[in-house]
Design a protein around this ligand. Sequence first.
Ligand code: FES
Length: 132
Amino acid sequence: MLTRQEQMELILDHYENPRHKQALADAEAVVEGGNPGCGDIVKVYLKVQDGHVVAAFEGEGCTISQASASYLMAEVNGKTLEEVLTIDQEDLMENLGKEIVQQRTRCATLSLETLRAAIRKREREQMIKNSH
Ligand code: FES
């Protein structure tokens, strides 16, 4: 269990040194998610390679939204889609530091919502592809 201080440092570290922050040229799905309240964005790039998730993001916005995106990308890369789909908002907020992010749910979960939208989009596109 991290202390509040360690959790703040974790968030700042992800914000300042984001993991997997890049465009993926060969992504199977790209979704841009936004928080209408503030205009912040997280754009998720997703593909599945040999059964494992490869995900990256680009974005601009508040510390928590961008740190959350970096944290989530580090968490999901290499996992199966099934494993990724078990991650819920509670898990993410818990890992980021519930006390710190609980007043900022929308900021903290924008990345997860966008990733899930990218998974759904990829599924639809795969279905269309396979039906031809
Ligand atoms: Fe916009 Fe956090 S203030 S996502």
